[in-house]
Structures are given as structure tokens and as C-alpha cells.
Design a protein around this ligand. Structure first.
Ligand SMILES: Nc1ncnc2c1ncn2[C@@H]1O[C@H](COP(=O)(O)OP(=O)(O)O)[C@@H](O)[C@H]1O
Ligand SMILES: O=P(O)(O)OC[C@H](O)CO
Length: 496
């Protein structure tokens, strides 16, 4: 028997079937369209994502000659914050999903920050006011989509992040689909109180959000329901936001353990155990996971909006490369960045700056700079942003990381991994399994049904595939970091 995992990411949707050793038995993946109707707007079509989900489930099962009966449970993990609103009777979305990177709510950020600053909800939610989180996306949709607010007041509208939307469909949709989410996803809406783990009435009132549209909040690991349709009869037993899922997949269960996931964006999470640590250095506080009725575990998170997305942009918008993996070949055509620094503030800058007014900048251009230098600067941008996050994390948590566990699509890039280790001046460790996001959701589901006994059982599945050790002289590292920070300052204040 096996465990299945739906990984609904920003770029694509995967279904992965794992065995007890956490090895992949079968994997199917499909990309969905990225919609950019206006500068700064990013949308996904929820119907397309639901169709892709069904398709990858069927494909992965078929490839391995399996049926849903061979799965003891399925977990769901998802891009967080991305907001969908649909009609409970027709199942029809009122609008495309507003993706976490979307910046259309920046005027609302300014408006709400005017009264008491951007940190006015930090104590309850762990989050600053930013375009990133679901609260303002819901507010925007309610105000701007015809009939939505009216229908919401009539009790016809359901809100969900992608976990909720998929779970509702997987459990029957219009015919009694379950409307719930887990604590990790709820902690990214900016509507849940981190201490009570309940929707907060005061926040709902401030953002103007009716209670009736919100899902129930449950733990990350329990049997929520038995699936209908494509996964007929399989217990749906785990839900985790994708970055929390990667933390679980990397078996970072002890306080002080951290991972960094390099996908569309880049997200470092540090387990802080059952203590709720508020950041004073620009990170966010979030729920790490809650396994059944065990105490909730928290994390500090450094969120970077644009990492692999910059590689995609060079590919799709500039045509500089054909496929993402070509970026490494391009960057290796030169020895260094040629003095060029690329700050990808396409969605403003998230941690540790939280500047909605920042926009992308390439600094240090001269006639010497080639496309190779640009490619290199694009890769280095991810490593510099990670360095800033790590520094903030060490200050907030009062710890020194002795190594960094990495995962995600970009970690196949050897040049990036070496540069990352050079910049951080700590070893970078890539585990044997880099599909840690899907694995984390599989673990959550498998623990709920007793497929895995306990956390030690899971730890045994973790192993190191490769380690990169720092090689760069300190003076060079410091000089490059100085230039990066200068370039970052150049990106501020562009959007007025
Ligand atoms: N060899 C590579 N070098 C750098 N970036 C890469 C490489 N291969 C893929 N990527 C980037 O990794 C991202 C996909 O990683 P993934 O973990 O699947 O992301 P997500 O979960 O956000 O959809 C894309 O943004 C892509 O551009
Ligand atoms: O889908 P990913 O891997 O880009 O992750 C997106 C994050 O969950 C956004 O908060």
C-alpha cells in the first residue's frame, strides 16, 4: 500500500505516490497558465487547476498500474495565500484565483497602514500588512466583483486557499463537499489568531469579511473525509501549506531546525517549537504544523517572492533561455556577475523589507555586461535574498545555523548551490529527496492513518545526497554583499 500527495504549486500541480521509505513510486505533473492581465496582477484559473489535479492523479495511478484502492491515504499541499471565491451551489468561481504574488491590493496596504502602521495585526497574526496575504485579496474581490458581496451576505459564497478549493471538489463539490482548511493555511490568511487558532472577529470586521464564507479550521494531520470521484474511497488525511509541508518533509521537527525551499519564490522556515516567537527583524511568525490533537508548533519564516520566477521571466518574457535548466549553462559562460546586480522586486520586496513600493532593478550595467552576466546576476539574486533572510533569522531566534537544508526545483542548479554556500559561509545540504513538499503532505496523511508510526519513523527516511562547502574569501563575499544592498536600496520607492 502507498500514500498519495497532491502538490498544488504556483507553477504546476503534481500527484506523487510514495512508499513507506518515502521513495517515489510514480509522479505526474502539469503546468497551468500564469495570467498577468495588468502590471503587478497575477491570476490562475481555478477550473484549470482542478482539471489538472484530476488529470495528474489519474496519470500517476495509471503509470504505476495502481487504483485508488492501493492508496491508504492522500495528503494535500498547496501554494499558500492564493485566494479563490466560488458559489457553493454552482461550484463556479466568481473570478480567477488571486495569486499570492499579485500586488493589486497595494493601495489597500497603504490605506490600512495609515492608521496604526504596517504591523498593526502582527501580534494576533504574526504577519505585516502586505499585498501577499489573503485578507486584502478577499476584500478586493468583495468590492470589485459584481454580485459577490451580495451573494456572500446571502451565504452562497465560499472562500478558500487552494487546499480548501481542492478538498471541496474531492469530497463531492456541490453534492456536500467539505469546506475546511488546516491551521497552517489559515495562518496565512491574516484572519486567524495565532494564539487561539480561531478566526478573529475583530480582524473580520476590520477587513469587512463575512464569517459565513470562511472554512472550518482543523489540524494538519487527521482524517477529514473519504474522497468521492477521482480518488473514490481514499481517506483525505493531511493538509499543509507547501512551505510548512517542506519543513515536515525535511523532518525539521525540533526547535532550531530549518529548511529553505527554492521554487517560484524562496521560503526559509525555522521550527520554533510550541513557542510563538514574534520577529523584530522583518520575518513572519506562522504555524509550522499541528499533528492531530498534539500541541501546535510554530515557525519563523523568511519569504522571498521571486526566486525561480526570475529564471522563468528570463525564459518567457525575454527569451534569453529556452528552458529553466539553461540558466546554469548561460551563467557558466562568465566567471562572475561582471559588476551587475539584479533585484527582482517584481511584487515589491517581501522579507525582511516588506516594501510594496519597490520594483525590479538591474544595477551596475556597463558595456562590459553580457547576457551571461545577467543570467548569473539572476541566480545570485536568490542567494543574496536568502542571505538577508538567514541574518534576520539568526538575530530573531538568537541561534547560528551550522548548515542549511535545501529543496525545491532550483536546487538542481549546482552553480547556485555553491554560490549559496559561499555567501552564507555555511554548508548547504541537499537531501536525497528534493520533492519534500509533496513528501511532507504524504507524511501528514500517513501519520493520521498509522502508515508511519511516529516522527522517528519519518526521520529514518531522510538522507544527504550532496553537501556544498563555502570556498569564497571573506573580503570578496563582503564586497559583493555591499553591492547587493546598494542595489536593493535603488529598488525602493519606485511605485508611488
Ligand atoms: N536548473 C534550474 N536552475 C534554476 N532554476 C530552475 C531550474 N530548474 C527549474 N528552476 C526553477 O524552479 C522553479 C520550479 O520549482 P518548483 O519547486 O517546481 O516550484 P513551485 O513549487 O513554486 O511550482 C521554476 O521557477 C523554475 O524556473
Ligand atoms: O508554490 P510555491 O512553491 O511557489 O510556494 C508558494 C508559497 O506557498 C507562497 O507563500
Amino acid at each position: 500500500m502507498y500514500i498519495g500527495s497532491i502538490d498544488q504549486g504556483t507553477t504546476s500541480t503534481r500527484f506523487i505516490i510514495f512508499d513507506k521509505q518515502g521513495q517515489i513510486i510514480s509522479l505526474a505533473q502539469k503546468e497551468h497558465a500564469q495570467l498577468y492581465p495588468q502590471p503587478g496582477w497575477v491570476e490562475h484559473n481555478p477550473d484549470e487547476i482542478w482539471c489538472n489535479t484530476k488529470e495528474v492523479i489519474q496519470k500517476a495511478l495509471k503509470q504505476a498500474n495502481l487504483t485508488p484502492k492501493d492508496l491508504v491515504a492522500v495528503g494535500i499541499t498547496n501554494q499558500r495565500e492564493t485566494t479563490v471565491m466560488w458559489n457553493r451551489y454552482t461550484g463556479k468561481p466568481y473570478y480567477n484565483a488571486l495569486v499570492w504574488q499579485d500586488t493589486r491590493t497595494s493601495a489597500l496596504v497603504t490605506e490600512l497602514s495609515a492608521e496604526a502602521g504596517p504591523d498593526r495585526f502582527r501580534e494576533q497574526t504574526g504577519l505585516p500588512l502586505a499585498t501577499y496575504f489573503s485578507s486584502l485579496k478577499i476584500k478586493w474581490l468583495l468590492k470589485n466583483v459584481a454580485t459577490l458581496e451580495k451573494d456572500a451576505l446571502k451565504g452562497e459564497v465560499l472562500f478558500g486557499t487552494m487546499d480548501t478549493y481542492l478538498l471541496w471538489h474531492l469530497t463531492g463539490g456541490m453534492k456536500g463537499g467539505l469546506h475546511l482548511t488546516d491551521v497552517t493555511n489559515a495562518s496565512r490568511t491574516q484572519l486567524m489568531d495565532l494564539r487561539t487558532l480561531q478566526w478573529d472577529e475583530g480582524l473580520l470586521e476590520t477587513f469587512g469579511i463575512p464569517r459565513s464564507i470562511l472554512p472550518k479550521i482543523r489540524s494538519s494531520s487527521e482524517v477529514y473525509a473519504t474522497a468521492k470521484g477521482v480518488l473514490e474511497g481514499v481517506p483525505l488525511a493531511g493538509i499543509l501549506g507547501d512551505q510548512q509541508a517542506a519543513l515536515v518533509g525535511q523532518t525539521c521537527f525540533r526547535p532550531g531546525e530549518a529548511k529553505n525551499t527554492y521554487g517560484t519564490g524562496c521560503f526559509m522556515l525555522l521550527n520554533t517549537g510550541d513557542s510563538l516567537t514574534q520577529s523584530t527583524h522583518g520575518l513572519v511568525t506562522t504555524v509550522a504544523y499541528q499533528l492531530g490533537n498534539q500541541p501546535v508548533q510554530y515557525a519563523l519564516e523568511g519569504s522571498v517572492a521571486i526566486a525561480g520566477a526570475l529564471v522563468q521571466w528570463l525564459r518567457d518574457n525575454l527569451g534569453l533561455i529556452e528552458k529553466s535548466s539553461d540558466i546554469e549553462t548561460l551563467a557558466r559562460t562568465v566567471e562572475d556577475n561582471g559588476g551587475c546586480y539584479f533585484v527582482p522586486a517584481f511584487s515589491g520586496l517581501y522579507a525582511p523589507y516588506w516594501r510594496s513600493d519597490a520594483r525590479g532593478v538591474v544595477a551596475g550595467l556597463t558595456r562590459f555586461v553580457t547576457k551571461g552576466h545577467l543570467g548569473r546576476a539572476a541566480l545570485e539574486a536568490t542567494a543574496f535574498q536568502t542571505l538577508e533572510i538567514l541574518e534576520a533569522m539568526e538575530k530573531d531566534a538568537g541561534v547560528r545555523l551550522s548548515e542549511l537544508r535545501v529543496d525545491g526545483g532550483m536546487t538542481v542548479n549546482e552553480l547556485l548551490m555553491q554560490f549559496q554556500s559561499d555567501l552564507l559561509n555555511v554548508p548547504v545540504v541537499r537531501p536525497t529527496m528534493i520533492e519534500t513538499t509533496a513528501l511532507g503532505a504524504a507524511y501528514a496523511a500517513g501519520l493520521a492513518v498509522g502508515y508511519w508510526k511516529d516522527l522517528d519513523d519519518l526521520r529514518q527516511n531522510w538522507g544527504i545526497e550532496k553537501t556544498w562547502k563555502p570556498q569564497m574569501p571573506r573580503a570578496k563575499r563582503n564586497a559583493m554583499y555591499r553591492s547587493w544592498r546598494k542595489a536593493v536600496r535603488r529598488s525602493f520607492g519606485w511605485e508611488e
